[in-house]
Design a protein around this ligand. Structure first.
Ligand code: ADA
Length: 572
């Protein structure tokens, strides 16, 4: 369960563990009003993707989870689901308390007070593809769509008003209150404390309007700055008294600034080159449910590879992962769920409503992580069509309204005729020269240089003043397939291709970053599209799915390590 925000004055229980479980299969959730009639014949771990377990591997359908838990009589509950797939309806004591079609997003349900201590939680989850019920996740995405409660579930015990978050950005703190009533309470007293190394109280000016408190951090608070080399973190405690009820929150944040200057990305005023990998939350034995230990192991491998950056492709990240990125000093691109959305989706009001909802939730959940420097969305959507401009414009605006302190981007695979590049702070290019290539040459590696020249010439004409990064590039290799011919799918060809890419992109004076596709192999299509994905895995990992290094590991490591990662003078 994530460690921040923390709530010292309320009871917080992790509901992770073993729950009752039932696979209901074809059943329509709307025909199941009485969840009391379900026979829970099995058990399931939470967090876990149920369909990654051998017993239910590959199965799609409706499932039910049940857990009995304790809530003090008279207290309200906040149930927090850190991430699920792909649709869920939540019942407490037989009553519906929430319904969501937001895979990977943080979700919340409120539980009314009762005189009983023992309460019953039943969660229906559906992992079937159904564009009307759950339009954000489609079966053509190039990563396996798992089902279940695959991130932590937490319960907080609250009174009828509570402080929810204190957001820190650009020297300002904004407070968010929660309430069991429709309207947030109108009057409140607030106090804030900061902690850098030793606790230190700061007096702050408060404005209070419509339930949002704003405090300006005093100039005398000169905390140490966060950077990949010096990932200093600070704590902020906000205590609110509303209608006689005291409630507090502890948040962790870092002081750092990310901006652009012409074609450069600046971190704390210094030009920086992003150097890293795309990474899915994936493991063959648990799908997207990764323990903090696995997240940490992955970040340690990225460090070994000489990376300073990771792109959380292609969905809202696990807060436990971002906490580790803060601590280890990684720069993170976080994006909401999406993969090659077509015109039909990008002009569909229900799709856009959910897209907006998940993107806002992502920004609010991750706002205090100094590691997150880039917000993204709509990976490889049809950004070259004029009809999609409204969708892109809406998302850029929504993100900037919530957070004007980070850079906003999207990964384009339509770069030569993209209609939305003007909206982005950073231009991000997904490309696969010398891999998805129609050529009769066995090793068309020279396509990489030719492609980069063409790309940079084209962008110099159309968007000369924006930073450009290569947000995806790579080649597939089957772990263990060594080949004297260095053919496609061999570890040798992948190593050759990544070497050429790193040699060309890292020193390029006009490119500000390289994010290789991808850190490790992961499961994808289980139907005929797998004909292009041997083993039904996306095999472009530099490591295989068990994190065993391929030949490319050493090649990338030595090139990344040798790179000073900055244009002269900046931090690493
Ligand atoms: C795309 C996409 C990735 C992956 C990759 C590939 O660029 O964004 O998710 O599918 O291609 O392996 O082809």
């Amino acid at each position: 369960m994530p460690r921040y925000p923390a709530f010292p004055d309320r009871r917080v229980q992790s509901l992770d563990g073993v729950w009752d479980f039932c696979f209901l299969g074809e059943q329509d959730p709307d025909s199941l009003d009485d969840v009391g009639s379900i026979t829970f014949s099995d058990k399931m771990a939470v967090p876990m993707a149920f369909d990654a377990m051998p017993q239910y591997a590959g199965r799609r359908g409706l499932v039910a989870y049940r857990l009995r838990f304790a809530l003090a009589p008279g207290k309200f509950g906040r149930l927090l689901f850190a991430g699920m797939g792909m649709w869920m309806r939540v019942f407490v004591d037989g009553e519906v308390r929430g319904e969501f079609a937001l895979p990977y997003s943080p979700l919340e349900c409120l539980i009314p007070a009762s005189e009983r201590t023992e309460r019953e939680l039943v969660v229906l989850v559906d992992n079937r593809f159904d564009p009307s019920r759950s339009p954000l996740q489609r079966n053509y995405f190039d990563f396996y769509a798992y089902g279940g409660l695959f991130r932590s579930v937490t319960l907080q015990e609250v009174q009828h008003v509570w402080v929810e978050r204190a957001f820190f950005s650009n020297g300002q703190i904004r407070l968010r209150l929660g309430s069991m009533r429709a309207e947030p309470p109108a009057d409140a007293n607030l106090r804030f404390w900061f902690n850098q190394e030793s606790p230190h109280e700061a007096k702050l000016a408060i404005e209070w309007k419509d339930g949002v408190g704003t405090a300006v951090v005093p100039a005398e608070f000169s905390g140490r700055v966060w950077s990949p080399d010096t990932p200093h973190l600070h704590q902020l405690t906000a205590e609110v008294a509303v209608e006689g009820i005291r409630s507090s929150v502890v948040e962790r944040f870092g002081l750092r600034e990310v901006t652009t200057r012409g074609t450069e990305i600046l971190l704390n005023g210094q030009p920086i080159r992003l150097r890293g990998y795309n990474r899915h939350d994936a493991h063959p034995q648990s799908g997207p449910a990764l323990s903090p230990g696995q997240h940490l192991a992955d970040l340690q491998l990225l460090k070994q590879l000489g990376c300073n950056c990771v792109r959380g492709s292609h969905y809202t990240q696990d807060q436990e992962f971002l906490e580790l990125c803060d601590e280890l000093g990684f720069l993170v691109w976080e994006e909401s769920l999406g993969w090659q959305q077509d015109e039909e989706q990008l002009t569909n009001p229900r799709y856009l409503e959910l897209q907006l909802d998940q993107t806002r939730r992502m920004v609010l959940a991750s706002m205090n992580h100094p590691s997150v420097i880039l917000w993204g969305f709509l990976n490889e959507g049809e950004s070259h069509l004029e009809s999609t401009q409204a969708a892109y414009t809406m998302l850029f605006q929504a993100v900037r309204e919530l957070d004007s302190t980070r850079l906003v981007t999207y990964a384009s695979n339509h770069i030569f005729d993209d209609k939305n590049l003007h909206l982005a702070d950073v231009i991000s290019v997904n490309c696969y020269p010398a891999w998805y290539a129609e050529s009769e040459e066995v090793r068309p590696l020279e396509e990489i240089e030719a492609y980069l020249d063409q790309l940079m010439d084209s962008l110099a004409e159309r968007q000369p003043d924006k930073p450009v990064i290569i947000s995806e590039i790579g080649a597939g290799a089957i772990y263990g397939f060594r080949d004297p011919l260095r053919a496609h799918w061999s570890e040798e060809y992948q190593a050759d291709l990544l070497q050429r890419v790193a040699e060309l992109v890292l020193p390029h004076p006009k490119l500000s970053g390289l994010l290789l596709w991808q850190m490790y192999d992961m499961r994808t299509y289980s139907y005929s599209k797998a004909l292009f994905r041997p083993r039904a895995f996306n095999n472009k990992g530099t490591l295989d799915e068990y994190r065993r290094p391929k030949l490319a590991f050493e090649v990338v490591r030595s090139l990344f390590e040798a790179d000073d990662c900055v244009k002269p003078g900046g931090p690493c």
